[in-house]
Structure formats: structure tokens, C-alpha cells
Design a protein around this ligand. Structure first.
Ligand SMILES: Cc1ncc(COP(=O)(O)O)c(C=O)c1O
Length: 346
């Protein structure tokens, strides 16, 4: 029997559905740099509304959305507080320092969010002439590298509020903030009301082909427009992508619960097969597990999975990450689990 290749490497691999492609084809467009693109304008308006912010800007990617927040809210030589395991620290090529000129101060974020008690120490608000001024606190939710965990709203608010009390611009890398909101059954504003800016991705679990939104005050977004232009990220008939993003936001949020259920099923099947899955509180659509000593090598693991029709990804040496999304269903999860167990036991 023919089986499709199942891609569990990330939730970024989804392809636009038939319906989304129809919306893309019918999208009204104009020159966005003149403010003339109706689809982009509608997306920005809707994104600002649902996150409770004054304005929003469409960015090419999550990395660019975060960078626009950092370049606009910070100045060269100031300090950015970010988790040691955060995406902005680990996986955005140091843009906060290379482009925004910010000096990073890493915080422990093993539980997905730094301890509020750490912030006052890290702020170095002591007027010591040696210390950079701290201006930005970057938080992440869901938190990718700690297990895709959805930090609960109350816990998230403790750290965000302390950051604001200390006078920081609190930015949320909410690439998957809708996964967090759905996981905890709350409106996304339970998170976004606690921060000064939020970046969220349209191109991950929501299933759009590209793009991210940065939402914040009018002032921040006006500044971000200049930075987006400076970075070469201002685009013309961007409505083709924006229409897909708006469709994704209106149709694909609630269904993230299915991805979470599928990930939970994968955890269950792997555990039953003896795999030591990294179990964390409040998991969402990601499943991590180690390859143990004596088991297959990393490249070999990926190659053998692929031979059996499963695209797998080693996120770091000896650590596999599987992500559920719109383009994999329960049956795929069952097949994927069987393949993983077979490869690990060979
Ligand atoms: C938590 C987090 N933030 C930001 C990003 C960056 O998004 P993009 O790949 O669109 O630049 C990612 C991408 O995987 C992510 O997982």
C-alpha cells in the first residue's frame, strides 16, 4: 500500500490547504509600502484586535518579528534579558546583538519562563557606570526547547509583571502563543495583556505558508515599519500571504487542540514501547526523547526513519524532536510511533 512521507520535523512544514489556496488566489492586493494592500491592512487590524494592542505589522518571519521588537524598543549598548534556552538566544543567529546592538544577559528558563526573583539582580539598575542599562525582557511561550511547554497564564504573568515593574519593555516571542492559549483554555489576551509587544507566527501550527505578526503600541509599530524597511523586509503585494494568514487565524486556532492530542498519543505509544520521553507539565505539540548510548547514531536514526516514510529531526545531538501539526493525523502518529520503535530497537 502507498503511504505518504510523514513529516514530523516541525509544525513549519505544513502546506496551504485547498481552501487556503482559494483565499490566496482571490486576495485583494496593493502596494503595502504605500499602505495600499487591503489584505495586509485587514490582517494587521485583526492581529492587533485579538492581542489587545494598538497596532500590528506583518513581518516575513518570526525571527524578523522578534528582531523588529528589539531594534525598535532597544538601543545599541543596552541589555536584553532572555532565557538561556530561548529561541531568540539559541536560534536567531544573534540578531539582537548583530543588528539591534543589544548586549545579552542570559536567564535560567528551564521551566519555560525565568524566575521573577532573577530579574531585579539581572537588571543591574544600580547606576554603576560599568553596567549596560537593561531595557528589554524577552519571554517565550510556548517554550520550544524545554519541550514545547505552555507556561500557565498565572505563572507567565508573575515574571512579565515583575519585568514591567522594573521598567523593562517586555516582549513575548509568542511564535506558538495560540498553542499556549488553547492548551490552557484561555483567550490569548491572558498572555498578551501582560506584555508590551508580542510576535506570533502564522506559519507554524496555524498553517499559513509564511509570515509573523508583531503587535504593540502605535509608537512601537511605527518604529518597526522603519526597521522593517531598513532590513529589506518591506514588501509590495504582500496581501497574497496576508490573506492566508488571516484565514489561518480565523480557522485554525481551535484545532490546535487536535495537534496536542496527537502529541499526547505519540508520548503514550512511545512510552509503552519503552522510550524515555521527556515528560513536562503542560506539553503541547512537541515530543522530545533522547537516543541512548548503544542506540542508533543521530544521522542513521533520521536516515532509517526516512527509509520507512518518516521525516525525523534531531534537534541537538542525541535529542530527537517530533512535532504534530495540521498535516499529520492520528493514523500518522500511530505509524510514526511504530517506525520510531522499530528503528530504536534495531
Ligand atoms: C519559539 C520560536 N520563536 C521564533 C521562531 C522563528 O520563526 P521563523 O522560523 O519564522 O523565523 C521559531 C521558529 O521555529 C520558534 O520556534
Amino acid at each position: 500500500m502507498y503511504h505518504k512521507i510523514m513529516d514530523f520535523r516541525s509544525d513549519t512544514v505544513t502546506r496551504p490547504s485547498e481552501e487556503m489556496r482559494r483565499v490566496i488566489a482571490a486576495a485583494e492586493v496593493g502596494d503595502d509600502i504605500y499602505g495600499d494592500d487591503p489584505s495586509s491592512n485587514a490582517l494587521c487590524k485583526y492581529a492587533a484586535e485579538i492581542t489587545g494592542k494598538e497596532a500590528a505589522i506583518f513581518a516575513c518571519s518570526g525571527t524578523m518579528g522578534n528582531l523588529l521588537a528589539f531594534t525598535t524598543a532597544g538601543r545599541h549598548g543596552e541589555s536584553l534579558l532572555a532565557g538561556k534556552r530561548s529561541h531568540v538566544w539559541c536560534a536567531e543567529v544573534g540578531g539582537f546583538s548583530a543588528v539591534a546592538g543589544l548586549c545579552p544577559y542570559p536567564l535560567v528558563d528551564d521551566e519555560g519562563v525565568p524566575d521573577p526573583a532573577e530579574l531585579a539582580v539581572a537588571s543591574r539598575a544600580d547606576n554603576d557606570v560599568h553596567h549596560p542599562d537593561t531595557t528589554i525582557l524577552a519571554l517565550e511561550n510556548t517554550h520550544n526547547y524545554t519541550g514545547g511547554i505552555a507556561v500557565p497564564p498565572e505563572r507567565f504573568a508573575q515574571t512579565a509583571r515583575e519585568g514591567r515593574r522594573l521598567g523593562f519593555h517586555v516582549h513575548l516571542d509568542g511564535a506558538r502563543i495560540f498553542n499556549a492559549a488553547v492548551r490552557h483554555g484561555v483567550d490569548v489576551r491572558r498572555y498578551t495583556d501582560e506584555v508590551d509587544s508580542v510576535q506570533f507566527c502564522l506559519s507554524k501550527g496555524l498553517g499559513a505558508p509564511l509570515g509573523s505578526m508583531l503587535c504593540g503600541s502605535h509608537e512601537l509599530i511605527e518604529g518597526a515599519k522603519k526597521w522593517r524597511k531598513r532590513l529589506g523586509g518591506a514588501q509590495r503585494q504582500v496581501g497574497i500571504a496576508a490573506a492566508a494568514g488571516l484565514y489561518a487565524l480565523k480557522n485554525n486556532v481551535a484545532r490546535l487542540a487536535e495537534d496536542h492530542a496527537n502529541a499526547a498519543l505519540l508520548v503514550d505509544l512511545l512510552k509503552r514501547g519503552g522510550v524515555e520521553v521527556e515528560e513536562r507539565p503542560n506539553m503541547t505539540n512537541m515530543v522530545f526523547f533522547p537516543l541512548k548510548e548503544g542506540q542508533v547514531g543521530d544521522a542513521e536514526f533520521e536516515a532509517r526513519c526516512l527509509e520507512k516514510g518518516l521525516l525525523a529531526h534531531m534537534i541537538s545531538p542525541r535529542r530527537a524532536r517530533f512535532v504534530t501539526h495540521l498535516d499529520v493525523d492520528r493514523e500518522d502518529v500511530e505509524r510514526a510511533a511504530a517506525i520510531i520503535l522499530e528503528v530504536l530497537s534495531a
